[in-house]
Design a protein around this ligand. Structure first.
Ligand code: ATP
Length: 242
């Protein structure tokens, strides 16, 4: 079953078309990785899906229902949750307050503060600390937890590894592992191609607002994705950067 589908979706920054007529769909429970160089349009796409950036053209549907004209809080109620790039926490609020904020959409589901602590045990002793005082990894865990508290069907993760040490990135991904196998539909933006291909079922490579490559990770080679990433038109014998 299709969880999310977009049709010739376009989003702009002024005259710049950052997302240029994208069409794709994501199946329920699937993990889709969006990859592409800086400026390819990945963040704009996720923000547009979440209703944080206006749709210029085309349409977005969740479970077959058109949500194109809905505001972001209405899309949260339909089950879309965004973990934005740079985490965007309310720094003067505590972890617990941030998590409770996520629950305000009022969607029924199994997520609770206890369950968030189950996947991010480090947050337990931080619950009553202001998020501005937390480490990057703890802030990221809070941001993901806040999104999960809305009981999303579709979780949009924008560069969750940004600014974190390799060890913490491993921990964050290990925590997401359970989600990925539990039926939550995930669209993630990840700069690290190896990680993207390791965790996702399918990958879309964006270049200048368009999808230049799309396929199941087990049917694509890293070389194909790298070529699409850089917009290269190589012959097979040329060396591809590591
Ligand atoms: P990054 O990995 O750097 O976040 P991205 O693939 O997420 O890149 P976007 O951030 O969506 O790409 O940017 C797509 C295009 O839109 C780029 O050309 C960028 O310069 C432009 N852009 C992004 N945000 C704005 C903005 N607030 N105002 C004007 N142009 C913007």
């Amino acid at each position: 079953m299709t969880a999310l589908s977009i049709e010739t979706l376009t989003a702009r920054h002024g005259l710049l078309e950052a997302v240029r007529g994208l069409t794709f769909s994501v199946a329920k429970g699937e993990t889709l990785a969006l990859v592409g160089a800086n400026g390819a349009g990945k963040t704009t796409l996720l923000r547009t899906l979440a209703g944080a950036h206006p749709v210029h053209g085309g349409s977005i549907a969740v479970n077959g229902e058109d949500v194109t004209r809905l505001a972001s809080h209405q899309r949260v109620r339909r089950g879309i949750a965004l973990v934005p790039e740079g985490r965007k926490m309310f720094a003067t609020m505590t972890v617990a307050e941030n998590l409770k904020l996520g629950a305000m959409a009022g969607r029924k589901g199994e997520w609770s503060i206890e369950r968030i602590i189950g996947i991010f045990p480090n947050l337990e002793k931080r619950l009553h600390h202001k998020t501005g005082h937390l480490s990057g990894g703890e802030q990221q865990a809070t941001a993901i937890g806040r999104a999960l508290m809305s009981n999303p069907e579709i979780l949009l993760l924008d560069e969750v590894s940004l600014g974190l040490s390799p060890l913490i990135i491993d921990r964050v991904y290990a925590s997401l592992d359970g989600l990925m196998t539990s039926g939550t539909t995930i669209i993630l933006v990840e700069q690290d191609l190896s990680r993207a291909m390791a965790v996702a079922d399918r990958v879309i490579c964006m270049l200048e607002g368009k999808a230049v490559l799309e396929g199941r990770v087990d049917e694509l080679t890293r070389e194909q994705v790298t070529e699409a990433y850089f917009g290269l038109n190589r012959t097979r014998t040329e060396k591809v950067p590591a």
